[in-house]
Write a protein that binds this ligand. Structure first.
Ligand SMILES: Nc1nc2c(c(=O)[nH]1)N[C@H]1C(S)=C(S)[C@@H](COP(=O)(O)O)O[C@H]1N2
Ligand SMILES: [Mo]
Length: 356
């Protein structure tokens, strides 16, 4: 694959892999901003990043066999712009922590592969209605424009219900934080699927297909699935991928970004990510492995899909110790103590952890 024409990447990220470019900021840097500035947004790629000019087109494939093509300027003039704050997160967030339990396969992501941004673009439901497509079970997104490691193109799909409901806020985005998307984050067009893992937020999207089947793409069918803990090798996984569902919603999560000690207290700050059952209502902290819990102050949360920033000062703590966090959502669901080990190291959401 040709990596020679990549645009420059943000110098503020820690590089995990150069080719493809995979890099993340520190969680401590992230939590200083309610909306993540572009140069702190992690980059997750399965192939080269490319730049496109204004001949770029998005094709909607209808069941009438008539492809409808849209240029970016047609999309911006035909449809009203929707703006949604939503947290983007890679399913591999905290994979390094899961790897301490037992080795896992994948980039050893820490807790920086998440970004809370304001996305601007066309509502997918508006685009589908305009295109006159017939209802089917899935909406498949593809980027044939960029090559990938495991398959020629990148693809993903989401259920029809998620795609067509206006209050699910799925976008074909052309803006991030009120600026045009950058090449690293999918310019000129990317999918934004609030609440779902980043793997479904297809960058450089150039095709939409309505289908009764999920996307057949590698990244939908043979990756981004939670295999049972008994599957410990790639060979054992091979025949099992098709038996397990593709991941959709993110898991309820919280992360301690840093702990600062002063004379007799600690200051703790972090973020939380909503799970499938509503946004976070509280993040609690414990310094005695869960015997007693202290509340934290929520300092930022916005709408249904954003992350939560929180902080707390805990007094009367000893010389050194460990603090854990757990998030609680609108339905009273609580982040679990342990994350479930799985071969690909996805969806890790055990209690957040910090030391002083
Ligand atoms: N075309 C394409 N889209 C893609 C990917 C990719 O490799 N190619 N990676 C996916 C994954 S796994 C994630 S987590 C997000 C990352 O988006 P970002 O690089 O803007 O942070 O993009 C998704 N969309
Ligand atoms: Mo990802």
């Amino acid at each position: 694959m040709d990596y020679s024409n990549e645009p420059p990447h943000s110098p503020l990220l820690d590089i995990q892999e150069k080719r493809p470019f995979n890099a993340e900021p520190s969680a401590a840097a992230l939590v200083e901003f309610p909306l993540t500035p572009e140069d702190l947004v992690y980059c997750r790629n399965h192939g080269p990043v490319r730049e496109f000019d204004d001949t770029y087109q998005l094709t909607v494939k209808t069941d009438k066999n008539e492809d409808i093509k849209f240029s970016v300027s047609q999309l911006t003039t035909l449809f009203p712009k929707a703006q949604i704050v939503a947290v983007l997160q890679c399913a591999g967030l905290r994979r390094n922590e899961m790897g301490l339990v037992k080795p896992v396969h994948g980039v050893a992501w820490r807790d920086g592969v998440t970004a809370n941004c304001k996305w601007g673009g066309v509502r997918l439901c508006d685009l589908l209605k305009y295109s006159g497509v017939q209802e089917a079970h899935h909406v498949c997104f593809s980027s044939y424009a960029t090559l990938c490691q495991d398959e020629e193109y990148y693809g993903a799909s989401i259920p029809w219900e998620k795609a067509i409901r206006e209050d699910e806020d799925v976008l074909i985005a052309y803006e991030m934080n009120d600026e045009p998307l950058s090449p690293d984050h999918g310019a000129p067009l990317r999918v934004v699927v609030p609440g779902y893992l980043g793997a479904r937020w297809v960058k450089w999207i150039d095709s939409i297909l309505i289908s009764d089947e999920e996307s057949p793409n590698y990244y939908q069918q043979r990756d981004y699935k939670i295999l049972p803990p008994s599957v410990e090798t790639k060979a054992a996984a091979k025949s099992l991928w098709s038996k397990y569902p593709s991941m959709t919603a993110l898991s309820l999560n919280s992360v301690i970004a840093y702990v600062q000690r002063s004379s007799n207290s600690i200051f703790v700050k972090g973020y939380g990510i909503p799970g499938p059952t509503g946004n976070i209502t509280a993040v609690e902290l414990t310094t005695d492995s869960g015997a007693t819990w202290h509340s934290s102050r929520i300092i930022y949360r916005e709408g249904k899909w954003s992350w939560t920033l929180w902080e707390a000062e805990l007094f009367g703590v000893g010389e050194g110790g460990t603090v854990h966090s757990r998030a609680i959502d609108a339905l009273g669901n609580v982040q679990p103590r342990e994350g479930l080990w799985n071969l690909r190291g996805v969806a890790f959401n055990g209690w957040g952890v910090g030391h002083w």
